[in-house]
Design a protein around this ligand. Sequence first.
Ligand code: MF3
Ligand code: CO
Length: 248
Amino acid sequence: MILLKSRSELDLMRESGRKLAAILERIKGIIKPGVTTGEIDSLAEELIRQEKAIPAFKGYRGYPAATCTSVNEVVVHGIPGSLKLKDGDIISIDLGLEYKDYFSDAAFTVGVGKIDSKAKKLIEVTRDSLNEGIKAAKPANRLGDISHAVQKYVEKNGFSVVRQFVGHGVGRNLHEEPEVPNFGRKGWGEILKPGMVLAIEPMVNMGTWECEVLEDGWTAVTSDKKLSAHFEHTVAIMEDGPEILTKL
Ligand code: MF3
Ligand code: CO
């Protein structure tokens, strides 16, 4: 069942999302060569606690940290630690928080220092594919319209969309129905209604869409070890169209 949020629930989700957006901006500001993924995670957790919010990922199915820090060929769920960022890397930061019982979830990818033009294009195409998906998140459209919009934009630009991980509904739980794939068919799936809140999160690979999970049970890497990028927003479907909740 897809839960529809009331106006007062949407107000709380807006608060939750705005806090998350502000924290992600702060995190973006410290990303540079020499910083470790563990340092990024510590800052994220500290900022979340300062806001009287709770890190949503820590302890979720045993996940050990507040952030997922996914570097280069890591698609998602990279575990922060002693890894030091270096010039030319790309890093995706995925962060979720719970505030007054409502979750928000967002991610971005950036280059570390100077990155090559193909990596830059991967990041831009992934960010823009999320925007294409968001544009389709409006009443009377269907879920498949979002999926199709993302996939079409990515493939038109010569990259591939990950199949193994998908976006999701979000609300009083981090993951609610429905699943929001980044591939699919126009006009298929559930009809979108005002009050639905979706985490739309394209994961885009430079080479093959296929990925595998490492021994740690979390880290997902591209099968060909080529780069991968990830952007995510928590988006409410309003009468007059999509509203991005995870923005300032
Ligand atoms: N944004 C990802 C998701 O919604 C992050 C989850 S990481 C986990 O699935 F640790 F919480 F699983
Ligand atoms: Co998510």
